[in-house]
Design a protein around this ligand. Structure first.
Ligand code: 5AD
Ligand code: SF4
Length: 439
């Protein structure tokens, strides 16, 4: 046996929380002597960190597993693991359908990964999709420096909202908030390692209610406390529910300069009938009034949302109401998805919209969103904006980063800009990014 490090390949699907979880799993396996590789062909272990939010995402996992078969045939000692929300939702079913899989680890059990890998070496095929009481993050090793100026930090997991289309309450479980002290400690360590921007993550992040000094803290208070960390320059959070936008969080957008002027606040539909069928517990009007209050606190905030096209029962008028709401808010960014029935959710039992109609509505949503996004980008030309540079661009001397409003910006500079936070004057707006010059 050689003692060359073993190689781990992780493929991450879906949301930013999976990106964060993949990093933490890589660190856990790092203490077992594994180093990361981009190439599955040279890996000793392949881990798929999966997403169950829409049918396509879940099916992709099975086809990717099929594609790993030749690697396993060439190297029978290759370990294949399935993690994330498909693992959580389908557990044993994956083992039955895919004999090449060695372990299945649900989203709350990543701290158990090393012992599970050890069990596979004894010929076992462990499955762990329990919801344990302990905080998995406390059991995972400390995070090493990455050299990147941005980091994710999970503060809350799970969701109690039960929107009629959504699997998250089933795959990620009930809402749990990490205690304030642990979040502050993790943030402090990230900043000491050179991180300047932290994005707080949670499936329902603005529902954060963690144990802090003197009782339970909401997200607004947590943000203000994090903002006191010297060297931390930018704070973001995602994803939020309209009904959990507390007054002090809205105020923080006006009062706390480190809280970036970008908010992803999904509304899903602009039609009250559909919002009710979706179990959203708010009307379109309530959303619009909320947006007014947020803009009163921070007039330049860039707003983003998610929309679903072709939710069961959606009429042409409902769809037009959604287009009208998008136009009225003037989102600077947004995501739209064709409704996908998810097993176990209430909406999956209902009669669906004709798929061709749903496709056409999706295209209409996307066309409107793209137009608004371009308008919002074009309006940046001539303005000065903060940019945190993350990496070199494609062209020589080019550096790319994100503006305060989370837009991609590139500039040309002789001196390296990696990790620098600088003021940039925007000179041009392209389809997906802005160009500028250092001020
Ligand atoms: N079908 C289509 N889109 C969905 N989303 C969640 N569940 C579904 C589904 N079953 C979308 C919502 C959510 C985003 C993350 O994914 O818009 O905000
Ligand atoms: Fe899913 Fe978000 Fe609704 Fe929770 S609030 S059920 S995560 S869409």
């Amino acid at each position: 046996m050689s003692d060359a490090p073993k190689k781990l390949h992780i493929k991450t699907y879906g949301c930013q929380m999976n990106v964060y979880d993949s990093e933490r799993m890589a660190e856990a396996m790092g203490t077992e002597g594994y180093v990361l590789t981009d190439d599955p062909a040279e890996a000793d272990m392949v881990l798929l960190n999966t997403c169950h939010i829409r049918e396509k995402a879940a099916e992709k996992v099975y086809s990717d597993l099929g594609r790993l078969r030749p690697f396993k045939e060439a190297k029978p000692e290759l370990k294949i693991g399935v993690a994330g929300c498909v693992a959580q939702a389908e557990g044993e079913e994956i083992m039955r359908r895919m004999p090449l899989v060695d372990l299945v680890v649900g989203s709350q059990n990543y701290h158990r990964l090393p012992e599970m890998v050890a069990a596979t070496a004894r010929g076992e095929r462990p499955v762990d999709t329990e919801f344990p009481v302990e905080d998995k993050f406390e059991k995972l090793p400390e995070r090493p420096a990455t050299g990147r100026p941005t980091a994710f930090l999970t503060v809350q997991e799970g969701c109690d909202k039960f929107c009629a289309f959504c699997v998250v309450p089933y795959t990620r479980g009930a809402e749990v908030s990490r205690p304030v002290a642990r979040i502050l400690a993790e943030a402090g360590k990230l900043v000491a390692k050179g991180v300047k921007e932290i994005t707080l993550l949670g499936q329902n992040v603005n529902g954060y209610h963690g144990e802090g000094d003197g009782g339970v803290w909401g997200l607004g208070r947590l943000v203000r406390e994090l903002a006191r960390i010297e060297g931390l320059e930018r704070i973001r959070y995602t994803t939020s529910h309209p009904n959990d936008m507390a007054d002090d969080l809205i105020e923080a957008h006006g009062a706390e300069p480190k809280l970036m002027p970008y908010l992803h606040l999904p509304v899903q539909s602009g039609a009250d009938r559909i919002l009710k069928l979706m179990n959203r517990h708010h009307t379109a009007e309530a959303y619009l009034r909320l947006i007014e209050r947020i803009r009163a606190a921070r007039p330049d905030i860039l707003l983003s949302s998610d929309f679903i096209a072709g939710f069961p029962g959606e009429t042409e008028q409902d769809h037009r109401d959604t287009l009208a709401l998008i136009e009225e808010v003037g989102f600077g960014a947004a995501f739209s998805f064709k409704y996908s029935p998810r097993p176990g959710t209430p909406a999956a039992e209902r009669a669906g919209v004709d798929p061709e109609v749903a496709d056409r509505r999706l295209h209409e949503l996307q066309a409107l969103i793209t137009r608004l996004q371009h308008e919002s980008q074009a309006a940046m030309v001539g303005r000065e904006v903060g940019v945190l540079f993350e990496k070199p661009g494609r062209l020589p001397g080019q550096w790319v980063g994100k503006s305060d409003y989370l837009q991609a910006v590139h500039v040309t500079s002789e001196t390296p800009l990696q990790g620098a936070l600088a003021k940039v004057r925007i000179t041009a707006s392209g389809p997906n990014s802005l160009a500028g010059v250092l001020v």
